[in-house]
Ligand binder design. Structure first.
Ligand SMILES: NC(=O)c1ccc[n+]([C@@H]2O[C@H](COP(=O)([O-])OP(=O)(O)OC[C@H]3O[C@@H](n4cnc5c(N)ncnc54)[C@H](O)[C@@H]3O)[C@@H](O)[C@H]2O)c1
Length: 260
């Protein structure tokens, strides 16, 4: 489970532990990792590392097989945002660096995690679940860096589902808004900052057809469903759009006055 020490990832970790799973929590934030380990004890094993490095992903898979004996599910969830900066507002002297940094985490991280996890998952006939976003389908959920990266993850999921069948199923969840500590590229001085904490529940509810402000735990059941061997036996290459209905209205986030 990448990015499992905060926000959506932490909610998914808690839900899987409640379901009886034991989880490797792989994150680059050592302080939050320690707090997850203190909360969940022997049900989790913490790995401190960076998803954009293959060796760190391999270390996380080794931790799963060494500690828990096997790997059944790989969840690629770690990600960063771009602060919603438009192509014009991105600083010219930082745009190349910011692109590389964001894509290294949001796209390369998922690819490298899949590469590291595939042999262990083939052995168990396991599966992968990726976190996308409404930004994987519509504009306005970020700037061009984030939107392009999440569209890329849709392609990654489909290609991996194609390549890894029949042994490994590959699916995704595309959440809409949620409260978390989502931060951004260091190149834009957005690292270590919770960029979206200022969004009010009322603003979120106004932008979403279902008129709710979802909490991170509200998305966790979709991951359990896709990961389930029995419930999702015939499902691969699919994305659950858990965006509160943004897609069916076609209004997008910006026109609703909300930078998700
Ligand atoms: N917050 C939202 O509104 C929202 C909406 C849709 C999708 N998402 C997606 O949900 C996922 C989780 O984000 P969140 O909102 O919970 O944010 P978050 O910052 O609370 O959690 C992300 C976690 O990923 C970790 N992480 C970041 N880069 C990493 C790296 N290189 N290596 C290892 N760990 C790394 C962070 O330390 C953090 O613990 C992301 O993929 C994000 O794009 C978020």
């Amino acid at each position: 489970m990448t990015g499992g020490a905060s926000g959506l990832g932490l909610a998914i970790v808690r839900r899987f532990v409640n379901e009886g799973a034991r989880v490797v929590v792989f994150d680059r934030d050592a302080t939050r990792l320690a707090s997850v380990a203190a909360e969940l004890g022997d049900s989790v094993a913490a790995v401190h590392g960076d998803v954009s490095r293959l060796a760190d992903n391999e270390r996380a898979v080794e931790m799963a097989t060494a500690t828990f004996g096997k790997l059944d599910i790989f969840i690629a969830n770690a990600g960063i945002w771009d602060g919603g900066l438009s192509v014009i507002d991105l600083p010219a002297e930082k745009i190349e660096q910011a692109f590389d940094e964001l894509f290294a985490i949001n796209v390369r991280g998922g690819l490298l995690g899949a590469r590291a996890a595939a042999p262990a998952l083939a052995a168990t006939r396991g599966n992968m679940v990726f976190t996308i976003s409404n930004a994987g389908f519509y504009p306005g959920g970020g700037g061009p860096l984030y939107t392009a990266s999440k569209h890329a993850v849709v392609g990654l999921v489909r290609q991996l589902a194609h390549e890894l069948a029949p042994k490994i199923r590959v699916n995704a969840v595309a959440p809409g808004a949620l409260h978390s500590n989502l931060s951004g590229p260091a190149a834009l001085h957005l690292d270590g900052r919770s960029l979206i904490e200022g969004r009010s529940d009322e603003l979120i509810a106004r932008a979403i057809p279902l008129a709710i402000s979802p909490q991170a735990e509200d998305y966790a059941a979709s991951y359990v469903l896709l990961a389930s061997r029995t419930a999702s036996k015939v499902t691969t290459g699919a994305v659950i759009n858990a965006d509160g209905g943004l897609g069916v209205t076609g209004i997008g986030c910006v026109t609703a006055g909300l930078d998700l």
